[in-house]
Design a protein around this ligand. Structure first.
Ligand SMILES: Nc1nc2c(c(=O)[nH]1)N[C@H]1C(S)=C(S)[C@@H](COP(=O)(O)O)O[C@H]1N2
Ligand SMILES: [Mo]
Length: 198
């Protein structure tokens, strides 16, 4: 049952803690075939590459435990994710010094953008396990991005690619009025809207 802790300093402003795990996405849940699954790294880098399923699973595993925050005002505490640290995969691509932003690509033409600096954090994972099990398809399995410092729309489910950019390029929700940066602690929910109105 959801409950509200208005003064809990561990919950960002305007959020309600939920025990459930809501499901939010556009389009249908895609099917996963490990034989054909690929994750592409491209854009401004000296070594664009792609990983297949076995190659991704052979990379060092990192874990992150913590809270996730959706712009629709639910926060889920103490989630547990496992996957590969995004920064490791960036280093392998040899990004150019001019890279300023990263665009995540996913199934169903979903995209979302963030500054390169945010994506290089220790807590940013290309995740394939949730709560000790493979991420369910409805939650973005086999592989989703996890950027816990931002609202959850910045964590693409069914990740298919990563583009390194010079300059920013707004993604699916960002061009539809969501905030470009989406920091839950600053209540950056929607663009051009004062926090008191959101
Ligand atoms: N590919 C894809 N990723 C997506 C979305 C989407 O529509 N498509 N929705 C985003 C939004 S708005 C949220 S809140 C979270 C929801 O993740 P969940 O369904 O696992 O809770 O996924 C994000 N990633
Ligand atoms: Mo969302």
């Amino acid at each position: 049952m959801p409950f509200f802790r208005a003064s809990d300093p561990t919950v960002p402003p305007g959020q309600t803690v939920t025990d459930g795990f809501p499901i939010l996405h556009v389009g249908d849940v895609p099917t996963f075939d490990p034989a054909t699954w690929r994750l592409r790294f491209f854009g401004l880098c000296t070594h664009p590459y792609e990983l297949n399923w076995d190659q991704l699973r052979a990379l060092p595993v990192t874990e992150w435990h913590g809270d996730i925050h959706c712009v629709t005002r639910w926060t889920k505490k103490a989630t547990q994710w496992r996957g590969v640290r995004f920064r490791t995969l960036v280093e392998r691509a040899g990004t150019l010094p001019s890279v300023t932003h990263v665009l995540q690509y996913a199934e169903n033409d979903y995209t979302t953008n963030l500054p390169f600096e945010v994506m290089l954090g220790d807590d940013v994972l290309i995740a394939y396990e949730y709560g000790g099990r493979p991420i369910e398809a409805i939650h973005g399995g086999p592989v989703r991005m996890l950027v816990p410092k931002r609202y959850f729309w910045k964590s693409a489910k069914w990740l298919t690619g990563i583009e390194f950019l010079e300059g920013d390029r707004p993604g699916f929700w960002e061009v539809r009025g969501y905030h470009n940066d989406g920091d839950p602690w600053k209540e950056e929910r929607y663009a051009d809207m004062p926090a008191w109105m959101a």
